[in-house]
Write a protein that binds this ligand. Structure first.
Ligand code: FAD
Length: 317
Protein backbone atom coordinates (compact mmCIF):
# COMPACT_ATOMS: atom_id res chain seq x y z
CA UNK A 1 0.00 0.00 0.00
CA UNK A 2 1.50 3.36 -1.00
CA UNK A 3 1.31 5.95 1.81
CA UNK A 4 -0.19 9.29 0.89
CA UNK A 5 -0.58 12.71 2.46
CA UNK A 6 -2.33 15.98 1.63
CA UNK A 7 -1.60 19.70 1.64
CA UNK A 8 -4.24 22.35 2.33
CA UNK A 9 -3.87 26.10 2.68
CA UNK A 10 -5.36 28.31 5.41
CA UNK A 11 -8.66 29.92 4.43
CA UNK A 12 -8.49 33.47 3.09
CA UNK A 13 -12.15 34.40 3.61
CA UNK A 14 -14.98 33.66 6.01
CA UNK A 15 -16.71 31.53 3.35
CA UNK A 16 -13.53 29.50 2.78
CA UNK A 17 -13.08 29.12 6.55
CA UNK A 18 -16.60 27.72 6.81
CA UNK A 19 -15.89 25.12 4.09
CA UNK A 20 -12.45 23.95 5.23
CA UNK A 21 -13.56 21.63 8.11
CA UNK A 22 -15.71 19.54 5.73
CA UNK A 23 -12.79 19.30 3.28
CA UNK A 24 -10.42 18.25 6.06
CA UNK A 25 -12.94 15.69 7.33
CA UNK A 26 -13.26 14.17 3.84
CA UNK A 27 -9.46 14.08 3.39
CA UNK A 28 -8.88 12.66 6.86
CA UNK A 29 -11.42 9.87 6.29
CA UNK A 30 -9.18 8.57 3.47
CA UNK A 31 -6.46 7.75 6.04
CA UNK A 32 -3.48 9.93 5.03
CA UNK A 33 -0.14 9.83 6.85
CA UNK A 34 -0.47 13.55 7.56
CA UNK A 35 -2.22 16.71 6.40
CA UNK A 36 0.06 19.71 5.98
CA UNK A 37 -1.11 23.32 6.20
CA UNK A 38 0.76 26.04 4.31
CA UNK A 39 2.01 29.25 5.90
CA UNK A 40 1.62 32.66 4.28
CA UNK A 41 4.84 34.47 3.41
CA UNK A 42 6.04 36.70 6.23
CA UNK A 43 3.66 35.05 8.72
CA UNK A 44 0.55 36.55 7.09
CA UNK A 45 -1.49 33.41 7.83
CA UNK A 46 -0.02 32.63 11.27
CA UNK A 47 -3.36 32.48 13.09
CA UNK A 48 -5.43 30.88 10.32
CA UNK A 49 -2.72 28.23 9.70
CA UNK A 50 -2.64 27.38 13.38
CA UNK A 51 -6.42 27.20 13.50
CA UNK A 52 -6.53 24.76 10.57
CA UNK A 53 -3.77 22.65 12.20
CA UNK A 54 -5.71 22.63 15.47
CA UNK A 55 -8.79 21.47 13.61
CA UNK A 56 -6.86 18.52 12.14
CA UNK A 57 -5.36 17.66 15.52
CA UNK A 58 -8.54 17.92 17.58
CA UNK A 59 -11.12 16.55 15.16
CA UNK A 60 -9.37 13.84 13.15
CA UNK A 61 -7.00 10.94 13.80
CA UNK A 62 -4.49 12.37 11.31
CA UNK A 63 -1.18 14.00 12.18
CA UNK A 64 -1.05 17.71 11.27
CA UNK A 65 2.14 19.09 9.70
CA UNK A 66 2.78 22.83 9.98
CA UNK A 67 4.60 24.65 7.18
CA UNK A 68 6.76 27.39 8.69
CA UNK A 69 8.75 30.02 6.81
CA UNK A 70 11.64 32.03 8.14
CA UNK A 71 12.07 34.93 5.70
CA UNK A 72 12.09 38.23 7.55
CA UNK A 73 12.14 36.67 11.05
CA UNK A 74 14.69 37.17 13.75
CA UNK A 75 15.83 34.07 15.66
CA UNK A 76 13.82 35.28 18.66
CA UNK A 77 10.60 35.77 16.65
CA UNK A 78 10.93 32.44 14.87
CA UNK A 79 11.68 30.73 18.21
CA UNK A 80 8.51 32.16 19.77
CA UNK A 81 6.46 31.08 16.79
CA UNK A 82 7.84 27.53 16.90
CA UNK A 83 7.13 27.37 20.64
CA UNK A 84 3.55 28.53 20.04
CA UNK A 85 3.00 25.72 17.51
CA UNK A 86 4.63 23.15 19.80
CA UNK A 87 2.45 24.34 22.70
CA UNK A 88 -0.59 23.74 20.47
CA UNK A 89 0.51 20.10 20.17
CA UNK A 90 2.00 20.35 16.67
CA UNK A 91 5.08 18.13 16.46
CA UNK A 92 5.54 17.85 12.72
CA UNK A 93 6.88 20.71 10.59
CA UNK A 94 7.82 21.57 7.02
CA UNK A 95 10.66 24.07 7.43
CA UNK A 96 10.91 26.55 4.57
CA UNK A 97 12.86 29.65 3.81
CA UNK A 98 9.79 31.19 2.15
CA UNK A 99 9.81 33.58 -0.75
CA UNK A 100 11.53 36.89 -0.43
CA UNK A 101 9.39 39.99 -0.61
CA UNK A 102 10.65 42.30 -3.35
CA UNK A 103 10.81 46.06 -3.18
CA UNK A 104 9.52 48.23 -6.00
CA UNK A 105 12.76 47.85 -7.94
CA UNK A 106 12.51 44.07 -7.74
CA UNK A 107 15.48 43.74 -5.38
CA UNK A 108 15.23 41.16 -2.61
CA UNK A 109 14.23 42.69 0.72
CA UNK A 110 16.39 42.02 3.80
CA UNK A 111 16.04 38.45 5.04
CA UNK A 112 16.05 38.81 8.82
CA UNK A 113 18.47 36.63 10.78
CA UNK A 114 17.40 33.33 9.30
CA UNK A 115 18.77 32.93 5.80
CA UNK A 116 17.85 29.37 4.86
CA UNK A 117 15.49 26.53 5.58
CA UNK A 118 18.42 24.59 7.09
CA UNK A 119 18.76 27.17 9.88
CA UNK A 120 15.04 26.88 10.58
CA UNK A 121 15.35 23.06 10.78
CA UNK A 122 18.05 23.48 13.44
CA UNK A 123 16.05 26.09 15.31
CA UNK A 124 12.94 23.86 15.47
CA UNK A 125 15.01 21.01 16.95
CA UNK A 126 16.67 23.41 19.41
CA UNK A 127 13.39 24.93 20.62
CA UNK A 128 11.91 21.47 21.15
CA UNK A 129 15.03 20.32 23.04
CA UNK A 130 14.85 23.38 25.32
CA UNK A 131 11.12 23.00 25.80
CA UNK A 132 11.26 19.30 26.65
CA UNK A 133 14.76 18.84 28.09
CA UNK A 134 13.87 15.36 29.31
CA UNK A 135 10.90 13.22 30.25
CA UNK A 136 10.60 10.70 33.07
CA UNK A 137 9.33 7.15 32.94
CA UNK A 138 7.89 5.48 36.01
CA UNK A 139 9.84 2.42 37.15
CA UNK A 140 7.60 -0.65 37.12
CA UNK A 141 6.57 -1.86 40.61
CA UNK A 142 8.10 1.22 42.32
CA UNK A 143 5.31 3.80 42.59
CA UNK A 144 7.58 6.69 43.68
CA UNK A 145 10.59 5.96 41.50
CA UNK A 146 11.25 7.24 38.02
CA UNK A 147 14.14 7.41 35.59
CA UNK A 148 14.99 9.72 32.73
CA UNK A 149 13.58 8.50 29.44
CA UNK A 150 16.46 8.38 26.99
CA UNK A 151 14.00 8.53 24.08
CA UNK A 152 13.12 12.21 24.43
CA UNK A 153 10.04 13.36 22.49
CA UNK A 154 11.35 14.64 19.18
CA UNK A 155 9.76 16.53 16.35
CA UNK A 156 9.55 15.59 12.69
CA UNK A 157 11.03 18.23 10.40
CA UNK A 158 10.45 17.98 6.64
CA UNK A 159 11.96 20.29 4.00
CA UNK A 160 11.30 21.26 0.38
CA UNK A 161 13.09 19.78 -2.64
CA UNK A 162 13.13 20.99 -6.23
CA UNK A 163 13.30 18.30 -8.96
CA UNK A 164 13.42 20.97 -11.68
CA UNK A 165 15.75 23.23 -9.75
CA UNK A 166 14.78 26.18 -7.61
CA UNK A 167 14.16 29.24 -9.80
CA UNK A 168 16.93 31.10 -7.93
CA UNK A 169 19.52 28.29 -8.15
CA UNK A 170 22.75 29.55 -9.59
CA UNK A 171 24.25 26.28 -10.81
CA UNK A 172 23.23 22.70 -11.61
CA UNK A 173 23.43 20.65 -8.48
CA UNK A 174 22.79 23.52 -6.08
CA UNK A 175 19.39 22.05 -5.20
CA UNK A 176 20.92 18.70 -4.32
CA UNK A 177 23.59 20.49 -2.24
CA UNK A 178 20.83 22.49 -0.51
CA UNK A 179 18.90 19.29 0.27
CA UNK A 180 22.04 17.63 1.61
CA UNK A 181 22.61 20.65 3.87
CA UNK A 182 19.03 20.48 5.13
CA UNK A 183 19.44 16.77 5.86
CA UNK A 184 22.65 17.52 7.80
CA UNK A 185 20.70 20.15 9.77
CA UNK A 186 18.26 17.46 10.95
CA UNK A 187 15.55 17.15 8.29
CA UNK A 188 14.03 13.69 8.15
CA UNK A 189 11.80 14.00 5.09
CA UNK A 190 11.73 16.01 1.85
CA UNK A 191 8.63 16.97 -0.14
CA UNK A 192 9.04 18.10 -3.72
CA UNK A 193 7.79 21.09 -5.59
CA UNK A 194 5.34 20.23 -8.40
CA UNK A 195 6.85 18.64 -11.47
CA UNK A 196 5.10 17.53 -14.64
CA UNK A 197 7.23 14.59 -15.84
CA UNK A 198 7.95 11.49 -13.72
CA UNK A 199 11.47 11.45 -15.16
CA UNK A 200 12.22 14.84 -13.57
CA UNK A 201 11.43 13.48 -10.11
CA UNK A 202 13.21 10.15 -10.63
CA UNK A 203 16.37 11.75 -12.04
CA UNK A 204 16.46 14.24 -9.15
CA UNK A 205 16.18 11.39 -6.62
CA UNK A 206 19.03 9.56 -8.38
CA UNK A 207 21.22 12.68 -8.21
CA UNK A 208 20.30 13.24 -4.56
CA UNK A 209 21.07 9.62 -3.60
CA UNK A 210 24.40 9.75 -5.44
CA UNK A 211 25.28 12.87 -3.42
CA UNK A 212 24.43 11.19 -0.10
CA UNK A 213 20.83 12.20 0.55
CA UNK A 214 19.23 9.32 2.43
CA UNK A 215 15.96 10.82 3.71
CA UNK A 216 12.72 9.89 1.91
CA UNK A 217 11.83 12.28 -0.93
CA UNK A 218 8.06 12.46 -1.31
CA UNK A 219 6.84 13.56 -4.74
CA UNK A 220 4.33 16.43 -4.64
CA UNK A 221 1.53 15.96 -7.18
CA UNK A 222 -1.52 18.06 -7.97
CA UNK A 223 -4.43 16.94 -10.15
CA UNK A 224 -4.87 20.04 -12.30
CA UNK A 225 -8.40 20.36 -13.60
CA UNK A 226 -8.34 23.65 -15.52
CA UNK A 227 -6.03 25.18 -18.12
CA UNK A 228 -5.96 28.51 -16.28
CA UNK A 229 -4.84 26.85 -13.05
CA UNK A 230 -2.18 24.87 -14.91
CA UNK A 231 -0.80 28.10 -16.38
CA UNK A 232 -0.89 29.78 -12.96
CA UNK A 233 0.89 27.02 -11.04
CA UNK A 234 3.48 26.64 -13.80
CA UNK A 235 4.10 30.39 -13.61
CA UNK A 236 4.49 30.26 -9.83
CA UNK A 237 6.94 27.35 -10.03
CA UNK A 238 8.64 29.04 -13.01
CA UNK A 239 8.08 25.92 -15.15
CA UNK A 240 6.73 25.52 -18.69
CA UNK A 241 3.23 24.02 -18.61
CA UNK A 242 3.32 20.56 -20.24
CA UNK A 243 1.92 21.11 -23.77
CA UNK A 244 -0.09 17.87 -23.98
CA UNK A 245 -1.86 18.37 -20.65
CA UNK A 246 -2.51 22.02 -21.46
CA UNK A 247 -3.96 21.11 -24.87
CA UNK A 248 -6.15 18.36 -23.36
CA UNK A 249 -7.54 20.74 -20.73
CA UNK A 250 -8.18 23.41 -23.35
CA UNK A 251 -9.89 20.92 -25.68
CA UNK A 252 -12.24 19.63 -22.96
CA UNK A 253 -15.72 21.17 -23.19
CA UNK A 254 -17.12 20.63 -19.73
CA UNK A 255 -15.93 20.79 -16.12
CA UNK A 256 -16.53 17.05 -15.93
CA UNK A 257 -14.21 16.40 -18.88
CA UNK A 258 -11.52 18.72 -17.44
CA UNK A 259 -11.81 16.91 -14.12
CA UNK A 260 -11.30 13.56 -15.90
CA UNK A 261 -8.25 14.92 -17.78
CA UNK A 262 -6.65 16.23 -14.56
CA UNK A 263 -7.31 13.01 -12.66
CA UNK A 264 -6.02 10.81 -15.49
CA UNK A 265 -2.82 12.84 -15.74
CA UNK A 266 -2.22 12.70 -11.97
CA UNK A 267 -2.91 8.94 -11.87
CA UNK A 268 -0.36 8.37 -14.65
CA UNK A 269 2.24 10.55 -12.87
CA UNK A 270 1.73 8.85 -9.50
CA UNK A 271 1.87 5.39 -11.12
CA UNK A 272 5.14 6.24 -12.86
CA UNK A 273 6.89 7.71 -9.81
CA UNK A 274 5.77 4.94 -7.46
CA UNK A 275 6.84 2.32 -10.03
CA UNK A 276 10.21 4.12 -10.00
CA UNK A 277 10.50 3.78 -6.21
CA UNK A 278 8.80 6.88 -4.72
CA UNK A 279 8.15 6.16 -1.03
CA UNK A 280 4.64 7.66 -1.09
CA UNK A 281 2.75 10.53 -2.58
CA UNK A 282 1.96 14.03 -1.32
CA UNK A 283 -1.13 15.49 -2.96
CA UNK A 284 -1.72 19.22 -3.29
CA UNK A 285 -5.47 19.55 -2.79
CA UNK A 286 -6.19 23.22 -3.43
CA UNK A 287 -8.66 22.77 -0.55
CA UNK A 288 -10.81 20.40 -2.61
CA UNK A 289 -11.17 16.75 -1.77
CA UNK A 290 -12.92 15.44 -4.91
CA UNK A 291 -10.00 15.35 -7.35
CA UNK A 292 -7.36 13.96 -4.98
CA UNK A 293 -9.71 11.30 -3.61
CA UNK A 294 -10.68 10.26 -7.13
CA UNK A 295 -6.98 9.92 -8.00
CA UNK A 296 -6.46 7.72 -4.94
CA UNK A 297 -9.58 5.67 -5.75
CA UNK A 298 -8.37 5.08 -9.32
CA UNK A 299 -5.04 3.91 -7.91
CA UNK A 300 -6.88 1.53 -5.57
CA UNK A 301 -5.54 3.32 -2.48
CA UNK A 302 -8.96 4.29 -1.10
CA UNK A 303 -12.32 2.58 -1.64
CA UNK A 304 -13.88 3.33 -5.01
CA UNK A 305 -16.88 4.79 -3.20
CA UNK A 306 -14.84 7.95 -2.58
CA UNK A 307 -16.60 10.95 -4.10
CA UNK A 308 -16.18 11.41 -7.81
CA UNK A 309 -16.79 14.60 -9.72
CA UNK A 310 -19.49 16.68 -8.05
CA UNK A 311 -21.05 20.10 -8.32
CA UNK A 312 -18.74 21.49 -5.58
CA UNK A 313 -15.81 20.77 -7.81
CA UNK A 314 -16.18 23.66 -10.22
CA UNK A 315 -12.61 24.66 -9.54
CA UNK A 316 -11.61 28.11 -10.60
CA UNK A 317 -8.06 29.28 -11.20
P1 FAD B 1 16.16 26.87 0.93
O1 FAD B 1 16.27 25.40 1.05
O2 FAD B 1 16.82 27.66 1.97
O3 FAD B 1 16.72 27.29 -0.48
C1 FAD B 1 16.02 27.06 -1.70
C2 FAD B 1 16.93 27.00 -2.90
O4 FAD B 1 17.63 28.22 -3.03
C3 FAD B 1 17.96 25.91 -2.82
O5 FAD B 1 17.45 24.72 -3.35
C4 FAD B 1 19.09 26.47 -3.61
O6 FAD B 1 18.93 26.16 -4.96
C5 FAD B 1 18.94 27.94 -3.44
N1 FAD B 1 19.81 28.44 -2.39
C6 FAD B 1 19.98 27.99 -1.14
N2 FAD B 1 20.89 28.70 -0.48
C7 FAD B 1 21.27 29.65 -1.37
C8 FAD B 1 22.19 30.72 -1.31
N3 FAD B 1 22.91 30.93 -0.19
N4 FAD B 1 22.31 31.50 -2.38
C9 FAD B 1 21.58 31.30 -3.48
N5 FAD B 1 20.69 30.31 -3.60
C10 FAD B 1 20.56 29.49 -2.57
N6 FAD B 1 6.33 29.05 0.69
C11 FAD B 1 5.59 29.71 1.62
O7 FAD B 1 5.72 30.94 1.76
N7 FAD B 1 4.69 29.03 2.43
C12 FAD B 1 4.52 27.68 2.35
O8 FAD B 1 3.71 27.11 3.09
C13 FAD B 1 5.28 26.96 1.36
N8 FAD B 1 5.15 25.61 1.24
C14 FAD B 1 5.95 24.94 0.33
C15 FAD B 1 5.86 23.53 0.25
C16 FAD B 1 6.66 22.82 -0.63
C17 FAD B 1 6.56 21.30 -0.67
C18 FAD B 1 7.56 23.53 -1.49
C19 FAD B 1 8.42 22.76 -2.48
C20 FAD B 1 7.65 24.92 -1.44
C21 FAD B 1 6.87 25.64 -0.52
N9 FAD B 1 6.96 27.03 -0.41
C22 FAD B 1 6.20 27.71 0.54
C23 FAD B 1 7.84 27.80 -1.29
C24 FAD B 1 9.25 28.01 -0.71
O9 FAD B 1 9.17 28.80 0.46
C25 FAD B 1 10.08 28.72 -1.77
O10 FAD B 1 10.30 27.86 -2.88
C26 FAD B 1 11.40 29.33 -1.31
O11 FAD B 1 11.90 30.15 -2.36
C27 FAD B 1 12.49 28.32 -1.00
O12 FAD B 1 12.29 27.74 0.20
P2 FAD B 1 13.28 26.54 0.71
O13 FAD B 1 12.76 26.15 2.02
O14 FAD B 1 13.40 25.50 -0.29
O15 FAD B 1 14.65 27.34 0.85
Amino acid sequence: MIPFSFEVYPPRSAAAAAELPATIDALAAAGPEFISVTFGAGGSSRDSSLEALRYVRENTAVKPMAHLTCVGSSHAEAGLLIRRFLDAGITSFLALRGDLPHDVDGAAAPLGDLGSAGELVQLIHRVQAERVPYTEVQLPGLPHAAQVDRHRAKVTVAVAAFPNGHPRSRFDGQDVDALLAKQAAGATLAITQLFFEAEHYLAFVDRARAAGVTIPILPGVMPVTSASRLRRIAELAELTPPPRLLAALEAADTDEQRFAVGVENAVALVSAVTAGGAPGIHLYTFNRHEAVLTVLAELGLVPASAPKYGTRNKESA
